[in-house]
Ligand binder design. Structure first.
Ligand SMILES: Nc1ncnc2c1ncn2[C@@H]1O[C@H](COP(=O)(O)OP(=O)(O)OP(=O)(O)O)[C@@H](O)[C@H]1O
Ligand SMILES: [Mg+2]
Length: 141
């Protein structure tokens, strides 16, 4: 199912992410789209909190993927620095895509074709300094 939401703050974005965290199942992939500073990491933070993850969640800029232990493993990826989708294969991300946890992928547009098509999507658009339009696809909401 698809839907559009307006967020007026970080907390709004986190809250929406928390609600969506209740809707995922083992093996789900959540691809996050949106420009720099849209709120992708903020979304992942809200999601992780709802998943019982107490670690600090930041973008895995150097590692490309961070693994968190929650209700299920959460694989937080950030493809911002990826130039070629082959790099993603080399890192072994495909094991995560087809693994037992939940994948949350920032900068999914960098690897559209290697992220399995059976995925959920979050598109965050910056409307103004604090206003975001968040479109969701594939969630039973
Ligand atoms: N409604 C909102 N939702 C989320 N973040 C917001 C909102 N309004 C303002 N912000 C600000 O926008 C920024 C979002 O940062 P965040 O790191 O989550 O973006 P990002 O999409 O992960 O960027 P990057 O592409 O660099 O990884 C934060 O500074 C946050 O305070
Ligand atoms: Mg980020």
């Amino acid at each position: 199912m698809a839907g559009k939401f307006i967020s007026y703050s970080r907390d709004d974005t986190r809250e929406l992410a928390g609600k969506l965290a209740d809707k995922v199942r083992k093996g789900d992939i959540v691809a996050l789209f949106g420009e720099l500073g849209a709120g992708k990491t903020c979304f992942v933070q809200g999601f992780a909190k709802a998943f019982g993850i107490t670690e600090i969640v930041n973008s895995p800029s150097f590692a490309i993927v961070n693994v968190y232990k929650g209700k299920m493993p959460v694989y937080h990826m950030d493809f911002y620095r990826i130039d070629n989708p082959d790099e993603i294969r080399a890192i072994g991300c495909e094991d995560y895509f087809y693994g037992d946890g939940i994948c949350l992928i920032e900068w999914a547009e960098k690897a559209e074709n290697i992220i399995p098509p059976d995925r959920k999507e979050i598109h965050i658009k910056i409307i103004s300094e604090k206003k975001r339009e968040i479109s969701i696809k594939g969630f039973d909401f």
